[in-house]
Design a protein. Sequence first.
Length: 255
Amino acid sequence: MRHRQRNRATDAFILPPTEIRRSTMAAHAETETKPQRMRSSPPLDAAQRAGMAETDLDAVRQDAEGCRACPLYRNATQTVFGEGPDRAEIMFVGEQPGDKEDLAGKPFVGPAGQLFDRALAEAGIERKKVYVTNAVKHFKFEPRGKIRLHMKPNGSEIAACRPWFEKEKALVRPKLVVALGATAAQSVFGKATPIGKNRGHVIPLDAETGAFVTVHPSYLLRVPDAEAKAQEYERFVAELRAIAELTPAARRRAA
């Protein structure tokens, strides 16, 4: 029975041929980020215990504002929860809010978010129809004068925040969860998951949901060579197009 469940999830998302796997930057993508070792899940804090009992996404979002499960809340402006439809076929998971997101209280509104929006539009995906969130809900940074420099969340912080992702997934019930980068993949799978060997194909999460691993848009901003940057961006858009074609809604339109 377990084997059949995995097959149903895999069969629900069949990728087109190998076009999205080709890239002259494959070696760079494999080293995009080094996954942190996942720690065992810590006990839920009071906000998480309340949130896990909720059946409404807005109520969970309100509970998350009081999360104290890890120390990151102390310096962050606010919790940045996910946003999008209560029911969405696709859920995108990023790493953590950046400086702009921390101030705005919304995910993916900074430079990486703007590039993400452009790529979604080119791929034919309407952002308002997908759910967008982060593995870690508070901004982790190092102050440098007036600048707040992004710092990568560690395994303990990812594990502490994972119940929020799990609750979002349970309520939104996406058919496909897209992990953008290594931190997101670690949260989605509950373990360190390298990008290079897992990128570009669907991996079953359960009988009803598949996962798709790709790079975080911020990686595309960091590629130094202009030609390589353009190639990596096109690869990312090609993957998003493939993702758009995998959804049940796309199949209904094609029928």
